[in-house]
Ligand binder design. Structure first.
Ligand SMILES: Cc1ncc(COP(=O)(O)O)c(C=O)c1O
Length: 382
């Protein structure tokens, strides 16, 4: 065949770090601190709300619901986030429910990036941003983040957006996972930003239900109406029962906002302890973790271990990726290479870092601790 079968926009974007490392994690008997999902259950009130939605007798919850978001869910999302953003949100025009934050991102890029547009991506980034920009015909421009992100820096970015009339897609799926008394700053709440920002959230990360795949976007109607066009011509409907259950869950969190029985408060408290546990294990094992103030991931410098896996200077594969493959097979521990979250020219500068997810049961963290301890003993010849 002389002609390529695939559309040109797919060229060069077929590789995906998750496909590769999720497969490896399933192939070997390994402790999985790779992909970002909790291995503990969602809270009871969330599970019960789902069971009630499915078995509670309302037969309409088994059928299609409103295409742009189940009425009960968009109503509470508008109330909840309206309060946090300092905006009166219209559930019908300022909220769009999507199949996870992933679809929300896809809608943003397809709806608002035109051929030839430049998209500034802050590194490290969620790896799908770059192929999504390419599929929309845009060009990615990368800006590296130093390991600090203060309110002043956010304000500077906001001022630049206003000054240069730039749109902002703000992926805030880890908004509730903030530690050490720090606060999450919503860029849409900064002066001049509401009208040019799309804020993206994920019920998967919010309620430890990544398999439900419910996400949302919040923003002004002038932007969201174009996301609705993409959504109605691709996915169209999201699962009704999951949306109903999440509406109940958000209502409960709305009523207990900031109180000790709030799941959001409890989750960040528990995850901070898990973070500290994994930090201790890594330090004791000889790695140098960077302690994060948010999300359920941390990066660790494994330079001390480089002698164990010989470098192949001319290899196309970044060193961290080869190191993790070796670690999965030989040590039974899964992580994700940090170079996957950098653009091609910058990957080399970060291939001494690997990423661990600490949203894991005690047993999983203990198993990881044991592996690191044993490894350290072997290294020192004890
Ligand atoms: C930064 C970021 N954005 C978006 C997503 C996708 O979220 P969802 O599972 O709701 O599609 C993830 C999932 O890992 C993520 O880490």
């Amino acid at each position: 065949m002389s002609r390529l079968v695939q559309a040109r926009r797919l060229e060069g974007i077929d590789k995906n770090v998750w496909l590769e490392f999720v497969k490896l994690a399933a192939t070997y008997p390994a402790v999985n601190l790779g992909q970002g999902f909790p291995d503990f259950p969602p809270p009871d009130f969330v599970k019960e709300a789902f069971m009630k939605a499915v078995g509670g007798g309302n037969i309409m919850l088994h059928q299609y619901t409103r295409a742009f978001g189940h009425p009960a869910l968009v109503t509470i999302l508008a109330r909840f986030f309206g309060k946090l953003l300092g905006q009166e949100l219209d559930p019908l025009t300022n909220v769009l429910v999507t199949v996870g934050a992933y679809e929300a991102l896809f809608c943003c890029f397809q709806a608002l990036v035109d051929e030839g547009d430049e998209v500034i991506i802050i590194e490290p980034f969620f790896d799908c941003y770059e192929p999504m920009v390419k599929m929309a015909g845009g060009t990615s421009v990368f800006v590296q983040l130093r390991p600090v992100f203060t309110r002043e820096e956010m304000e500077l970015i906001a001022d630049l957006c206003v000054k240069h009339d730039v749109l902002c897609f703000s992926d805030e799926v880890y908004e509730w996972l903030v530690y050490d008394g720090k606060e999450h700053i919503r860029i849409a709440s900064l002066p001049g930003m509401w009208d040019r920002t799309i804020t993206i959230g994920s019920a998967g990360k919010t309620f430890s239900t990544t398999g439900w795949k419910v996400g949302w976007t919040l923003g002004p109607d002038r932007l969201l109406k174009h996301l609705r066009t993409v959504h109605q011509n691709s996915v169209y409907h999201c699962p009704t029962a999951a949306q109903e259950a999440l509406a109940q869950a958000f209502q409960r969190e709305f009523d207990s906002y900031g109180k000790p029985d709030s799941y959001f408060v409890q989750l960040s408290h528990e995850l901070q302890q898990k973070r500290d546990w994994l930090v201790r294990s890594l330090v004791a094992g000889g790695m140098k973790p960077i302690v994060p103030e948010g999300t359920y991931f941390l990066m660790a410098d494994f330079s001390e271990f480089k002698s164990e896996v010989p470098d192949v200077p001319d290899s196309d594969e970044p060193y961290d990726s080869r190191f993790i493959k070796w670690m999965i097979i030989n040590k039974g521990l899964v992580a994700i290479p940090v170079s996957a979250f950098y653009s091609t020219p910058h990957k080399k500068n970060f291939d001494h870092l690997i990423r661990f997810c600490f949203a894991k049961e005690e047993a999983t963290l203990k198993a990881a601790e044991d592996i690191l301890q044993q490894w350290s003993l072997e290294k020192t010849g004890q």
